[in-house]
Design a protein around this ligand. Sequence first.
Ligand code: HEC
Length: 175
Amino acid sequence: MAFRSKPSFMIFLLFSASMPVLADSDSGRESLISPDEFLQSEGAPSKEQLSIVNELYLKDVKPIFEKKCLSCHGSMSEADLPWYYPIPGVRQLIDQDIAEAKKHVDMSNDFPFGGHGDAAADLNAIKKSIEEGNMPPFRYRVMHWGSAINSNDKEKIFRWIEQSLMIFAEDEGAK
Ligand code: HEC
């Protein structure tokens, strides 16, 4: 079978579960976020607050996430998936990644994101994952040189998160 060639086996290795152990920045991934670490805002943000935060997201952050996060956390057509996606074995691993990623943070419909966290929790989880260099996962960065978050991206994402948390913290009466 043509797919049993060496390169596809190498790719399988890259995606295998043992990989994070080899990557220093990925160690401790399991303990990435514990719920009590989330900065909780008082009450749920209003519709207005959420829509301001989404506007900022669309302008400054989505262009970065489109390249570096949405292939797992958002809706991607098959054409946007990596060239190695159809390789038997790899496809299942990528599908698993996508399902797992969206369970945590689903960015398909912009902000507020879906998944298990509320708006502020998601912002804090994103901040933490970028600070710790956990996202995109190491095995994905290996296959996509250039998918790592650079300092320019980081600055924009952190500024958005800070602004957003300030907007959420604003007095309801002030709106
Ligand atoms: C290759 C697929 C993939 C890409 C690309 C990716 N992620 Fe993830 N992400 C996952 C998976 C799988 C999980 C759930 C398991 C885990 O935490 O590793 C996850 C979890 C998360 C979480 C939740 C962490 C938690 O503990 O709740 C955040 C936040 C996150 N990703 C942010 C991002 C951001 C921001 C980017 C882009 C810079 C990104 N991810 C790119 C696969 C991906």
